[in-house]
Design a binder for this molecule. Structure first.
Ligand SMILES: Cc1ncc(COP(=O)(O)O)c(C=O)c1O
Length: 412
């Protein structure tokens, strides 16, 4: 298949006449485009988008199905910053999990997923021409959100051979008078890296020294393997006034479609970000906020249904990680990889072929019927890699790798 038709089919060739510069320069990430493209491929199996295979648990859905028949207000707008009961539960959760004391009234708002919290946070502190340091490879949407705010993404490559470590010196060197913020996604999509305490504290120190915001995307903060050390940026007290934290219910409770998360920041930032939230969303869906409330009420560290659900989820995903790594070990002629320490992604380097990431993803889709995400969608140093998600079932993972092995034998 020639490149042009591929790019056209995933929306790169567009009629931009009359479209604002702000929107013209951004694109829908490959993470979302590949599954759309895959609709043409009957029987394609997915290692693509990061959606856990499990449904939203019954301790959440039961509460909602009852509320839908009883509570008329569930179909109405909530207060704009979110349901007060939910904000109080979130504050309790943050105190318990991250050891921070949060004012539920002023330091939180409930967003339409972590995604909206990130977009609102970036729009709140980034002006036209401001530079934002982004480790690369990185979650594609952060890049689009910076561009949408008319900021300039400045990419600082992660140290792949050191397990995708943060390059703190690289950040220091990249700072200019225009630098406004650093984005830290931890655990990380797409690499599965979990950054060390030492490196995160060094980044925090740099932010304080240079008067920068740290925009922390912690959508996978519950999902760490092997008891790996994990530090939430929200737990660094010195960062308090410079932190914009984005958190999610999507992955922890298998609620990706409910679209609910939250922002934690200083009251000054929350007040301003709420203007963006109002302009773009008004409020997070009330029904989803009720679901998030049921989720947190069931999660208290005392063997509640929420605690058990999360424990089992982390265990199951840990097994899928083992399986994925074992299957990648059989493909050493094509890939080398760093073991994921968190989230449910692995980001192998393509070693056995000169094929680029887009061509590999497209050929895997059309010739092997496996959905993957090309590495070039994750910033400049993503090229030469491919992202596999292990959120799917073990059967799906095995089928996908059987097909890739067969394809590689014939084609490479
Ligand atoms: C790193 C990262 N941040 C944010 C999101 C979006 O989270 P939410 O569903 O809460 O908007 C995702 C979704 O895959 C993600 O991988």
């Amino acid at each position: 298949m020639d490149d042009r038709s591929v790019y056209k089919s995933i929306g790169r060739e567009e009629d931009l006449k009359g479209i604002s510069r702000r929107v013209s320069q951004i694109s829908v990430s490959a993470i979302k485009q590949m599954p759309v493209l895959a609709r043409e491929v009957a029987g394609a199996v997915s290692l693509g988008q990061g959606i856990p295979s499990f449904g939203t648990p019954a301790f959440i859905t039961k509460v909602i199905s009852e509320a839908l028949t009883k509570d008329e207000w569930i179909g109405k707008y909530s207060l704009q910053p979110g349901l007060p009961e939910l904000k109080h539960e979130i504050a309790r959760y943050l105190r318990w999990k991250k050891g921070i004391s949060v004012d539920a009234e002023t330091e939180l708002f409930v967003s339409c997923g972590a995604m909206e919290a990130l977009a609102a946070g970036i729009a709140t502190v980034v002006d036209r021409g401001d530079e934002v340091l982004i480790p690369t490879p990185n979650y594609a949407s952060h890049i689009e959100q910076v561009l949408f705010a008319e900021g300039i993404p400045v990419f600082v490559p992660l140290l792949e051979e050191q397990g995708w470590r943060l390059d703190v010196e690289g950040f220091r060197k990249a700072i200019t008078k225009k630098t406004r913020a650093i984005i830290i996604c931890n655990p990380m999509n797409p690499t599965g890296a979990v950054f060390s305490k030492e490196d995160l504290l060094a980044v925090a120190q740099l932010a304080l020294e240079k008067d920068l915001f740290v925009i922390a995307d912690e959508a996978y903060d519950f999902l760490i393997y092997d008891n790996h050390e994990y530090l939430s940026c929200a737990s660094i007290p010195e960062l308090k006034d410079r932190l914009i934290g984005a958190f999610s219910f999507s992955k922890m409770y298998c609620m990706t479609g409910w679209r609910v998360g939250f922002m934690y920041a200083s009251s000054k930032i929350i007040n301003q970000a709420l203007k963006v939230h109002d302009a773009f969303a008004i409020c997070a869906p009330t029904v989803s906020q009720c679901a998030a409330l049921a989720a947190l009420r069931a999660t208290n560290g005392k063997d509640g249904p929420g605690d058990n659900f999360i424990k089992n989820l982390v265990h199951a995903l840990g097994q899928r990680r083992e399986l994925t790594c074992a299957r990648l070990d059989r493909l050493k002629s094509l890939f080398s990889y760093q073991i994921p320490r968190g989230a449910y992604y692995v980001f192998p380097k393509i070693v056995g072929s000169k094929i680029n990431s887009m061509e590999l993803a497209i050929r895997l889709l059309y010739e092997a019927r496996v959905i993957s995400i090309p590495g070039n969608g994750f910033g400049p140093s993503g090229e030469g890699h491919i992202r596999f998600s292990f959120g799917g079932t073990e059967d799906e993972i095995n089928t996908a790798f059987d097909r890739i092995e067969e394809w590689a034998q014939i084609n490479l």
